[in-house]
Design a protein around this ligand. Sequence first.
Ligand code: PMP
Length: 513
Amino acid sequence: MNEFLNISLERDSRTPLYMQIRNAIRDMIAEKLLPSGFRLPPERRLAAQLGVNRSTVVKAYEELAAEGLIQSHVGRGTLVNAGEVQGQAAWQSSLPMRWTHLFNRQAARVNDPLISDLLAQLTEGDTINLAAGVPAAELYPTADFARICAEMLDRKPHELLEYSAPQGLIELRTYLAGHMRERGADQGPEGILVTSGSQQGLELIARIMVEPGDTVIVEEPSYPGAMQVLRAAGARLVGVPLDARGIRIDILEQLMHRYRPKLFYTMPTFQNPSGNSMSEEDCRAVLELAYRYHVPVVEDDAYCEIYFGSSRRQSLFAMDVCGAVLYLNTFSKMMFPGLRVGWAAGPVEVIRQMTLLRQLADINTGTLPQAVLAEYCQRGLLVNHLGMIRSQYCKHRDAALQALNDFAPPGMSWNEPEGGFYIWCHLSPGVKGETLLRVCRNTGVGFVPGEAFFTDDNNGNDYIRISYSRCHPAAIRTGVERICASVRKIVKEGSGQTGIKQPAEGLAPLALL
Ligand code: PMP
């Protein structure tokens, strides 16, 4: 019997190679392309055919054997065990619907569980979570929110439980327009769309702007949630590096000239993950390039309110004089993420198109959360809350920096953010983020390895992102101490000799928000 298997592998997929092989064989068995008794190629031969390590094929075979789909027989090799069930009517023994084969090509590209992985970590018992970029739960304004919610439901028992305008409640958009005006952006409520978190804003922008094959420039490092959305829309991502001085304007210009990109996605204020902000001079240079090359800029401003200095920074959106910037923001970091309220601001024609598209997805952001939020903001509670969280997160940041100063081994370096949730750490030479994470997980601390923030998984593995938002300062100190101790351990023993397992082939990096 012919032992050749027609399997093609996607080497840049985040699905590990062994899983791709396992899935392909499993599918062929389900489709009856490989009948019971079919002899699979020996591991070594299939490995050579596919250009992978033998261990990759061994692992795929082991999993198929565990599922009962194949079986090794001494002297006869590995045989398919399709297991026909006797005595069933034909329709009862039909194959299960194979949904994944029916996904359209765009949807099938989205196979990276990054975000849900990280959310799972949030509930991982005693782990000190320096991975998730979410607010500290004890700072949530729960009591005020609950009180206003009860009052409003009492006052308007039906209205708040109805559908509402897809563009968002006018009360909330009016408040947001005023809020943005205070930061210098002359934006009326008609140029604002309330979204279900800024993730939806990103998705809508990708959907109205990006055609498969378009180039989009992102900072490197950048927010993986945005990179995933852009990729899912078919964009080819090209990274412009951020260095210690900031964004490489010279390279941005070269990239704009060379690729004529569809968009430039940027976080000029307290960037995720670097924590750094663009200088005013660089902001002006970015706008100048955007105008010269006709490249719209998407400004993601999720962290602008979490500043530790005396005043807010100006947004690119407020500096823009040509209507070239689309602006995204969210209540997820300043209040709580489960609210799922964010907003997009921009030229009316863009907001209109985004609104039309969002109607197809979810009609409107929840009427009740919007209404309660609008009332909360109008009563001046948001302003008070922001004052309180700024001083708290500043303490969190200080605890993390102090711990790094106290415990970091030689060769490790980091920035000192003036706002936002993140410290971007360069590891000691020879220490890789993923290896460090494996060691740290055993000590009960999590963070995000740097490679998750790059367009290419091969970059950034000498960095980690430490998020100081979620945990209490004492836990942050302990967590950072453990990370530093693990770095020392790896440096001392050499990662190859620590008994630490190296990352499995194609292992998806830990997720992040
Ligand atoms: N943009 C950035 C830069 C973020 O860090 C996040 C969440 N971590 C988002 C967007 C998405 O936030 P939201 O909860 O509003 O969808």
